[in-house]
Design a protein around this ligand. Structure first.
Ligand code: NAD
Length: 287
């Protein structure tokens, strides 16, 4: 059947998507790129990739020192300018202050990457209302604040732009272990598709990036809030066994983000299992 062919191809077709040299074909010279959660993992790798591609970078994180390290590394990687800003993306007032400062001092953001997020594992009945609130406040509301504040200024400017929201394969892959996290990411995926439709006429692209397991602090068990460490380890081992992979580096997700912006892609599953699960969810949801 067609979906089997597409499934197998999507899982196997990893290598051609990533430049062997690790260099990015895309150039973002003169553009202002703001990345949230830029202090670590995918956000840090993305900030550095845009820096290598010539962009001016605003590295935002709630961890001030981590944001500062990314800004310094961005300059070394080739960014003509880079700034560190401290903000908690779930804090509406802090995000308004950030947007006002960025607008006044650095300019209108050309590419916004709403990447900041936290992991949360535990079955539905193990997940407390406080846990739900925490994960939705950061993973969903953080994206909403970013899109409203920076996307709004992009739209007013009338010169186009691009918004990348980092969702997850968890957005379309049901899991007993991650109900709150998966729900937050499914909402980010739908939000991105709705906003893409709304902003298309204004030359603003919106992309939802959906990674599977990536080797960052969030997938190291210590970093998961409220965590069932054994379950998380078990999931990782199972994924590794099924797909024969481990240690998918955040730099590859960053490369996929740059490509998605350059090509204005809508939904981008990254990592072989994320692509495979996307095909299954569309063509064979019962499997
Ligand atoms: P990470 O923990 O390495 O990095 C997350 C960064 O976000 C940290 O620097 C942290 O300080 C920052 N952050 C967290 N909450 C914040 C807040 N409220 N305000 C501002 N900054 C905040 O994790 P990562 O794996 O790089 O995750 C980045 C994004 O990718 C997340 O949205 C995550 O859900 C998503 N994702 C990760 C994976 C994976 O396997 N690593 C898979 C799919 C999706």
């Amino acid at each position: 059947a067609a979906w089997i062919t597409e499934f197998v191809t999507s899982v196997e077709d990893d290598r051609p998507r990533v430049a062997a040299s690790g260099r990015h074909a895309e150039r973002f010279g003169g553009q202002l790129v703001l990345v949230t959660g830029a202090g670590s993992g995918i956000g840090r790798a993305t900030a550095l990739a845009f820096a290598e591609a010539g962009a001016r970078v605003v590295a935002v994180d709630r961890d001030a020192e981590a944001a500062a390290r990314t800004a310094e590394s961005s300059l070394r990687a080739g960014a003509p300018a880079a700034w560190a800003e401290t903000a908690d993306v779930s804090d509406e007032q802090a995000m308004e202050r950030l947007a006002a400062k960025v607008g006044a001092e650095y300019g209108v953001v050309d590419v916004l990457v709403n990447n900041a997020g936290i992991g949360l594992s535990g079955s539905f009945f193990d997940t407390t209302p406080e846990d739900w609130k925490k994960v939705l406040d950061i993973n969903l509301w953080g994206v909403i604040h970013g899109c409203r504040l920076f996307g709004g200024r992009m739209a007013e400017r009338r010169q186009g732009g691009h918004i990348v929201n980092v969702a997850s394969a968890a957005a379309y892959q049901p899991s007993r272990a991650l109900p709150a996290y998966s729900t937050s990411k499914a909402a980010v995926l739908m939000l991105s598709e709705c906003l893409r439709a709304e902003l298309a006429g204004q030359g603003i692209g919106v992309t939802a990036v959906c990674p599977g397991f990536v080797n960052t602090a969030i997938t190291s068990t210590a970093h998961f809030a409220g965590v069932d460490a054994d379950e998380e380890k078990r999931l990782q081992r199972r994924t590794a066994r099924i797909y024969g992979l481990r240690n998918y580096p955040p730099e590859k997700v960053a490369a996929a983000i740059l490509r998605a912006v350059a090509r204005n892609e809508a939904v981008v599953p990254v990592t072989p299992e994320a692509r495979g699960a996307r095909v299954l969810s569309r063509f064979a949801p019962g499997i």
